[in-house]
Design a protein around this ligand. Structure first.
Ligand SMILES: *[C@@H]1O[C@H](CO)[C@@H](O)[C@H](O)[C@H]1NC(C)=O
Length: 171
């Protein structure tokens, strides 16, 4: 058990610590690119040979079904590049209106042999998402993780309660 925990911790640290070779040092010792105002910290230079791709596969749900765990497990595989946050491109009109280039820009840098995966559980319950995903790529692989319906709805309900009770007050 302790071994497993330290391995998970190792993976987490490896994921979140930026390798120092990706931080570019410009002439004069600055890590800021010329013209960079420096408001977002050091410029991160993508590893050579990588680029951003639209997802090859999307985890579409279900909410409270363990989608985050599924994505993180897949991300351990060296040939998987996972988006860091829920993108909400196909279900939120505001994001969909930003266009496909914006969507691709939300993806992580990946090598040509890697599969890009994003997860947004909201796609499964959105009436507009299926047609939009189909329009982007009609042969894309969709991943759906299910959970016992009663446990899922209790988890959803308690989560909803925990995140809204402070704003709704008592009734
Ligand atoms: C659509 O998705 C499939 C499955 O991931 C992939 O093989 C194909 O290259 C994608 N097509 C485009 C145009 O991105």
């Amino acid at each position: 058990m302790a071994n497993l925990l330290s391995y998970v911790l190792f993976l987490a640290l490896r994921t979140f610590a930026a390798p120092p070779e990706y931080i570019q040092v410009w002439p004069g010792g600055s890590t800021l690119a010329p013209g960079d105002l420096g408001t977002v910290g050091p410029s991160l230079v993508p590893p050579p040979g990588t680029s951003k791709h639209a997802p090859h596969s999307i985890i579409i749900g279900v909410r409270k079904g363990g989608t985050r765990a599924l994505l993180e497990m897949l991300d351990i595989h060296p040939e998987v590049a996972a988006a860091a946050t829920e993108v909400h491109f196909f279900d939120w009109d505001e994001n969909y209106g930003k266009g496909f280039e914006w969507y691709r820009d939300q993806m992580p840098y990946s090598y040509p042999n890697q599969i890009t995966v994003e997860k947004t559980p909201g796609y499964f319950t959105s009436p507009v998402a299926p047609a939009r995903i189909h329009a982007m790529n009609s042969s894309i692989r969709l991943l759906l993780i299910l959970r016992d319906p009663t446990e899922r709805v209790i988890s959803d309900y308690t989560h909803h309660l925990a995140t809204t009770q402070n704003t709704l007050g008592t009734t």
